[in-house]
Design a protein. Structure first.
Length: 159
């Protein structure tokens, strides 16, 4: 019996599928993205995007009402980005989402920004820290991809 998924997408969780579509869409706008970045202990953002002018966006992917209502930490993400968005699929009850946040409609292939999150510019020192975290996170992921044996040696530090 073959235990391999029929497609690489079959192995992804619903939130990861949303993140995939979000990352594809943001790439079409000149952003680079990483998934599951830890800005500070106790927080892990689903998608962090870095724009051509150094702008930092955070996107939280919610696959269901229960997923959203159980998230008590999202306010903590606001101090780590210039703009904050929720990404949901077409079946999600969007009236649950705070209207003062951004909204992205996504699936595993693409996304559309329905509501731009308000801009709250990061202080220069915080932007520098986040850009460095972004770069280190991306470099660790690439290194682990190219050399899976080194993954255990790579620290997931947040300092």
């Amino acid at each position: 019996m073959n235990s391999q998924p029929a497609s690489p997408l079959d192995a992804l969780m619903p939130g990861q599928l949303l993140a995939r579509g979000v990352c594809r869409h943001l790439a079409s706008h000149g952003f680079v993205t990483v998934e599951e970045l830890v800005p500070t202990p106790g927080l892990r953002v689903d998608v962090m995007a870095l724009g051509t002018k150094g702008e930092i966006w955070v996107v939280e992917c919610k696959s269901s009402r229960a997923d959203f209502t159980s998230d008590r930490k999202w306010h903590g993400y606001l101090e780590w980005c210039d703009r904050f968005f929720w990404a949901v699929d077409s079946d999600f009850p969007t009236e649950l989402l705070p209207p003062e946040t951004g909204l992205i409609l996504a699936d595993s292939y693409d996304a559309e920004i329905l509501r731009m999150g308000p801009e709250t510019k990061l202080a220069g020192a915080r932007r520098k820290v986040m850009t460095q975290k972004f770069a280190r996170h991306a470099a660790r992921r690439l290194h682990a991809f190219r050399d899976p044996g080194v993954a255990a040696l790579l620290s997931d530090d947040v300092t």
